[in-house]
Design a protein around this ligand. Structure first.
Ligand SMILES: [Zn+2]
Length: 212
């Protein structure tokens, strides 16, 4: 019964969202700490040719939550049970919040996903194995994934910077949000848990895109 109600709520939400999207509203998702691993690191931690186990699809086409978990080891502390997202990537990337960075005891820069040049090293472990990554630890810059069709509707361009207003019970404006447009994206905004907690984000919160 609860499942059915949830499904109905989802369907209604999608219908409302489709309409609101054309007025510049966007669904916001909070990303918890996670890792993207290269083939080389998966081989070392889980065994040669090991394949990640897809247990849940993410909002972006082809991306998924795997059942595999790792630990991150810093000079001051460790983070356990960190989710591995699939599919594997050319380069490993470890995404944490600033709160996580403090627990690890590592100074971590805010970077656009994929731009790992100059990011600090981190130790990563699973199954009693340890891999020393010499770079790849970052706090992901907040960003919007937008489909080409939605961007056209809103006259927005790839690489544009926008502000996003969030009218929760702790309302705030996220400034300077990196907008990325692609045919391969579904339209969502991604923030981390520090940012989500700062505005008391709840499920299905919509933000309003304000052009600069
Ligand atoms: Zn994202």
């Amino acid at each position: 019964m609860t499942d059915q109600i949830e499904k109905i709520v989802d369907i209604i939400f999608e219908k409302i969202y489709a309409r609101f999207k054309r007025s510049g509203y966007i669904e916001i998702e909070a990303s918890g700490r996670h890792v993207h691993l290269s083939r080389e690191v998966i081989d070392k931690l889980f065994g040669e040719d090991y394949q990640l186990t897809n247990i849940k699809a993410l909002s972006q086409p082809g991306q998924f939550v795997s059942k595999e978990r790792v630990s991150l080891i810093g000079p001051k502390g460790q983070l356990h049970n960190v989710v591995v997202l699939g599919p594997e990537r050319e380069k490993s990337q470890i995404e944490v919040s600033q709160t996580d960075a403090k627990i690890l005891g590592i100074k971590v820069p805010v970077k656009e996903s994929g731009k790992i040049q100059g990011t600090p090293p981190v130790e990563i472990s699973a199954n009693g194995k340890i891999v020393n990554l010499n770079e790849g630890l970052l706090v992901a810059e907040r960003h919007i994934h937008m489909s080409t069709a939605d961007a056209k509707d809103l006259s927005l361009r790839d690489g544009e910077r926008v502000d996003v207003e969030v009218n929760t019970d702790r309302p705030m404006v996220f400034k300077d949000v990196n907008l990325r447009v692609s045919d391969n994206f579904d339209t969502y905004m991604h923030i981390d848990y520090d940012e989500a907690n700062a505005c008391n984000l709840t499920e299905k919160t919509l933000g309003l895109i304000v052009k600069k």
